[in-house]
Design a protein around this ligand. Structure first.
Ligand code: NAD
Length: 260
């Protein structure tokens, strides 16, 4: 049985983060949710998780671009739910542009949210994890932590950065009962992805099936989207005693994309 009791999942109001939060709640973990969204929608989600799984669920609205707010969120989690056993650095954004036109504010936001936020949260949870000789730090990276695509310079730089951060911190913490890994999904079926289909159909004169197979899944050999539940199941496994010797790994879940 896992020692993990309390989890903090950044960017858990949507998509992969929400699926990880649900899977952790199903394992009996208390949760601190984080992310953007309408307050009433988030409150419904929070209360729904509590009711469905009988665990304690709180929400903190820290902006992942703000290191002080991230540190405060870690403190607030410890204060309300207990010290963080599992940290999932999941919040992320994307922007696509040729490098010479890449807006500087978008570059700064992507590096802050997709990379630096993980540093701020990790440094805040490590002292207590070390003192308790247990911790799981899981970063949602991407296939783009391992390979590149054009026009995604900030995202690919941040995700390659998180892969290196994962390895370095794993080495520092290896003898402290704390593992540090990243999950590197390929194309995951999220509402964000689904919403892009009508526009792409129109722009390219394709059917929905053609957009999925020939555009979105062009690089994914299985020609299937990864599901959020599959990513969440790997996160649950990484919290288990069976995963105690998996550390410093950037684990691909990409339908074969990075095997090519
Ligand atoms: P999503 O847009 O559904 O979720 C992103 C989450 O991050 C949301 O909860 C959002 O509110 C939060 N967020 C964004 N900016 C924030 C900020 N400034 N402060 C606090 N929270 C903020 O997207 P997703 O697809 O679930 O992405 C989650 C992670 O998975 C990201 O790191 C993304 O890069 C990664 N990923 C996604 C895919 C995919 O195909 N969907 C593939 C590989 C990796």
């Amino acid at each position: 049985m896992s020692k993990a009791r309390t989890a903090l999942v950044t960017g858990s109001t949507s998509g992969i983060g929400l699926a990880i939060a649900r899977a952790f709640a199903a394992e009996g973990m208390d949760l601190m949710l984080n992310g953007l969204g309408e307050p009433d929608v988030i409150e419904t989600m929070r209360a729904g998780l509590e009711a469905e799984f009988g665990v304690r669920v709180r929400y903190h609205g820290a902006d992942m671009r703000d290191g002080a707010a991230i540190a405060e969120m870690v403190q607030a989690t410890a204060g309300t739910l207990g010290p963080v056993d599992v940290l999932v650095n999941n919040a992320g954004i994307q922007f696509v542009s040729p490098v010479e036109d890449f807006p500087v504010d978008k570059w700064n936001d992507i590096l802050a949210i997709n990379l630096s936020a993980a540093f701020h949260a990790t440094r805040a949870v490590v002292p207590s994890m070390k003192a308790r000789r247990f911790g799981r730090i899981i970063n949602t990276a991407s296939a783009h932590a391992l390979v590149a695509s054009p026009y995604k310079s900030a995202y690919v730089a941040a995700k390659h950065g998180i892969a290196g951060f994962t390895k370095s911190v794993a080495l520092e913490l290896a003898t402290h009962g704390i593992t540090v890994n990243s999950i590197c999904p390929g194309y995951v079926w999220t509402p964000l992805v689904e919403k892009q289909i009508p526009d792409t159909m129109k722009a390219r004169g394709l059917t929905a099936e053609q957009v999925k197979r020939d555009v979105m899944l062009a690089a994914q050999p299985t020609k299937e989207f990864v599901t959020v539940e599959q990513v969440a199941a790997l996160a649950v496994f990484l919290c288990s005693p069976a995963a105690a010797n998996i550390t410093g790994s950037n684990i691909a879940m990409d339908g074969g994309w990075t095997a090519q």
